[in-house]
Design a protein around this ligand. Structure first.
Ligand code: M6R
Length: 367
């Protein structure tokens, strides 16, 4: 059932070209220039008239939500807030019937997310679900939703569900932007053509980085700390990269927006600190270059995720992982793949049980 892979996690990482494709199938109709999503279409007025969208989730799904904020605000120009479900439910938040609440959950059973949704519903908000498990509790309680078609995710560390969530959020942002006039037709057409090719880009990254990452991972088996940095859309991707490493390898890792480094974490940097930095061409590249210079000056070990043909960051980096160039909004999907592989191989080489990490459950049904 692991399809020849040693672990479900590796199988699921490699399934991503297909799971992203399956999530878009029937929804993204490039030739017709249409995104079909019944859940959005049937409630378009609710979305269009929303004062704001509040995204609630936990863990990896919360990271997807942060990227959703960037997507929806950039392309649909609707204000978005992203909250941990556990905080939202207990802090007496302001919710009105003009709010749209989107819950993101792979399992559809996360207790805090479910409770936060119930609260939002009581206050009259329109509640929307992005779940992977069909007919799960969250899918049932929501007014409408869009399933991620990632297929069953068995590994406790979420991988293919995350990239499927990003796919749905991208579709929602583009669809809303198209309908409310914030995303012009030409840009819409070029973005959806690019989105359609993302499964292929992910396939390329898997094959071009898989062996290299196994080699890189060997150098970090005894490391005790990691920093992950990114800016813009790749700041949440850095958080997600760090979460993957801590949950399965038990190495302490922190994700940060790269510019926040100088407000604290830079104090940690010395020759023993590996820093994974996501530095694609599109999206604050020059700023990232100066962050890398600051790390280099303090002798941090730099593992850089860059676009093919990159020079400036690559020249300073100790390890260079190349990903294909995409528009910034798609880069977290493509950049997450090598980070999943890196976490996976470091954990495997440390002898950890990657599919069933200690203390963790696949769905957290108690708060
Ligand atoms: O099923 P959900 O998406 O609601 O789960 C949320 C988190 O528990 C989950 O993403 C957790 O952080 C994963 N172990 C991450 O890999």
């Amino acid at each position: 059932e692991k399809g020849g892979y040693e672990h479900f996690m590796l199988k699921e990482i490699f399934e991503q070209p297909k799971s992203i494709h399956d999530t878009m199938r029937g929804r993204l109709l490039v030739d017709e220039g249409v995104i079909k999503m019944a859940g959005i279409w049937d409630h378009l007025e609710r979305f269009k008239n929303a004062n704001r969208i509040i995204i609630i989730a936990c863990g990896t799904s919360w990271h997807a939500g942060l990227i959703g904020e960037y997507l929806i605000e950039e392309y649909a120009r609707i204000p978005v807030e992203v909250e941990y479900a556990s905080e939202f439910r207990y802090r007496n938040p302001i919710i009105t019937d003009k709010d749209v609440v989107i819950a993101i959950s792979q399992s559809g059973e996360t207790a805090d997310t479910m409770a936060a949704l119930k609260l939002a519903k009581e206050k009259g908000a329109f509640i929307y679900g992005i779940c992977n498990v069909v007919d799960s509790s969250i899918a049932r309680i929501t007014d409408a939703g869009s399933y991620t078609h990632a297929g069953p995710e068995i590994g406790v560390a979420s991988t293919k569900a995350f990239t499927a969530q990003l796919t749905i959020l991208t579709l929602i942002a583009f669809k809303l932007g198209k309908h409310n006039g914030n995303l012009g037709n030409a840009e819409f057409m070029s973005l959806i053509a690019e989105l359609d090719a993302i499964p292929k880009r992910v396939e390329e990254v898997l094959s071009s980085t898989h062996e290299q990452i196994q080699q890189i991972a060997k150098d970090f088996i005894s490391t005790t700390n990691f920093l992950y940095l990114g800016r813009g859309y790749n700041y949440p991707a850095a958080l997600e990269g760090a979460l993957k490493l801590k949950e399965i390898s038990y190495i302490h890792a922190e994700g940060y927006p790269a510019a926040e480094m100088k407000h604290g974490p830079i104090a940690l940097i010395d020759e023993n600190m590996p820093i994974v930095i996501i530095a694609p061409k599109k999206g604050h590249y020059d700023k990232i270059v100066s962050n890398v210079q600051e790390i280099k000056a303090r002798k941090g070990k730099i593992i850089a995720v860059v676009n093919k043909g990159d020079r400036q960051v690559s020249e300073m980096a100790d390890y260079v992982i190349e990903i294909p160039e995409t528009s910034e909004c798609f880069s977290p999907i493509v950049a997450s793949v090598p980070l999943q592989l890196l976490a996976y191989y470091i954990a495997v080489y440390r002898g950890a049980n990657v599919d069933q990490p200690r203390n963790l459950a696949k769905s957290v049904t108690v708060e």
